[in-house]
Every structure is written in C-alpha cells, then in structure tokens.
Design a protein around this ligand. Sequence first.
Ligand SMILES: Cc1cc2nc3c(=O)[nH]c(=O)nc-3n(C[C@H](O)[C@H](O)[C@H](O)COP(=O)(O)OP(=O)(O)OC[C@H]3O[C@@H](n4cnc5c(N)ncnc54)[C@H](O)[C@@H]3O)c2cc1C
Length: 252
Amino acid sequence: MAQLIADPREVARGHHELAFAWDGAAPLPGQFISIKVNEGSDPLIRRPFSVYDFREGVLRIVVKSVGRGTRELSRYAKGDALDVLGPLGRGFSVREGGSVLLVGGGVGNAPLYFLARALVAKGTAVTCVYGSRDAGQVYLSHEFLEVCDRLVITTDDGSAGQQGTVADLLPGVLDGGAFDMICTCGPALMMKAVTEIAVSRKVPVEVSLENYFGCGVGLCYGCTVDTVNGNRRACVDGPVMDGSVIRWDSLD
Ligand SMILES: Cc1cc2nc3c(=O)[nH]c(=O)nc-3n(C[C@H](O)[C@H](O)[C@H](O)COP(=O)(O)OP(=O)(O)OC[C@H]3O[C@@H](n4cnc5c(N)ncnc54)[C@H](O)[C@@H]3O)c2cc1C
C-alpha cells in the first residue's frame, strides 16, 4: 500500500498530481506503477501510470481524468492508502553526456520530466518539445523549464507557446541542433510521426507506449504490439521500446 502525502492537486484542467510516500524499489525513468483505483472489484483491472518524479521517498504521478478509474483517483485525500504495484516495465536509456531531445504529447509529457532530471544529472543536455492541446492543459511547465536546457511548448490552437503539433515543429528543432537520441511519449499517432522523422534523420528513437494494458505484468497479453521482431508485450517488454522496430499501423 502507498499513502498519499497530500490531497490530489489540480495542475491543469482535468489533470491531478498525486504524491505517494514510497518505500519500495526506486523507479527508473519510463517505468510505471499500477494502481487499484478502489477497494471494490469494479473496476477490477489496475490502471497504469508513468512515474512523473521520484525523490526523497516521494513518488509523483500526473493523472488525466478520462474515465471512471482516473476520476476516482482524483477524489482521494491526504493520508489515504492505495494498492500500488511497481515500479514495472522497462524504462528509457539514460545517456551519459551528449544531447537528447524529449518530445511529449499531453499526459505523455509526464515521464519525460523524470527522464530529463536523470539525464541532466548525467551531464546530458536536454531539449524538450512539450505538446498540448491548449494552454489549459499544460501542466507543471515551470518544473520542465527549471530542468531542461531548452523548452519548446506547442499547442494545437496556439493558446500557449508556438502553434502546431510537435510533429510540425520537430524538423525545425532538429535543424537547429545535433541530437544523439530522441525519447518520446504521447498518443500513438504522434509517436509514429516522431519515429518517422527520427528514422529519416538517422537519430535513434525510444518511445513509451501507452496502449491499453490488462494485467500490467505480462500474463494476459492484452497490450501486445506488433514489431519487426514479432509480438511484444508493452507492459514487460516496454513500455519503452525502440520506435523503429514497431509496426505503427497495428496501433492505429
Ligand atoms: C504505460 C502507461 C503509462 C501511462 N501513464 C499515464 C500517466 O502518467 N497519466 C495518465 O493520466 N494516464 C496514463 N496512462 C493512461 C491511463 O492508464 C488510462 O488513461 C487509464 O487507465 C484510464 O482509466 P479510466 O478507468 O479512467 O478510463 P476507462 O473508463 O477505462 O476509459 C475511459 C476512456 O479512456 C480511454 N482509454 C483508457 N485507457 C486508455 C489508454 N491507455 N490509451 C488511450 N485511451 C485510453 C478509453 O477508450 C475510454 O474512451 C498510461 C497508460 C500506460 C499503458
């Protein structure tokens, strides 16, 4: 069980930050936790959430309310204990030195903050392209600004940062710097576009998949993705994978 150290805090429209006291294994950037959202059996299946940050015994996640489970999570209060498994899955490579470009979309920006902190601690330069639908859904950008060497915010409607999708802006950002690697998390269509651009520029790309998970521990095969190496379970073979091996059309 993991106890909330504060009430869930609304950090953007429909997005809450949950902070847990955490004495389990230390998570790696890109790993996720799996939460039983209530004490009953409905919903039965645990919900997966990427680690937004972990330090000094506190693990934070950012939850976007999209359905019953995520809405339920925002209703807990300081001191409540939740049934949390983790850390689970394979995380991002944390390069030492050089320059890494992070590309996030919506709630998919969450794991990139933890990754940015780990990269900076290893002396790696970090540029982050932070995509969102609109200004109201941009969360915790001040924390990204503190840690990244460069932060480019993009919104679909231009209400914050530059107007356009991250894929629109990516070629210009790549033209302006030399990057050893791209790490991305967001909707599948966005990551597919990012991967295509990365592959065309011969930059290695790691993607963190957020497709539907079942058990989250590799037993049910509910999160299987098609890759050039055969089927892989996103929960245990990922969620972070080499973007260039994924058959993206199978995720559309
Ligand atoms: C590895 C991983 C990490 C994730 N990290 C985060 C995170 O940090 N923050 C966060 O808010 N969410 C994250 N998600 C997504 C989150 O797990 C789902 O939004 C959540 O399980 C939905 O539960 P629900 O009961 O609220 O919605 P449901 O009632 O189950 O569904 C409500 C609506 O959301 C859609 N939906 C549900 N799950 C997904 C999904 N995985 N992808 C796309 N659409 C979905 C359904 O189709 C439906 O339209 C992550 C998912 C994965 C696999």
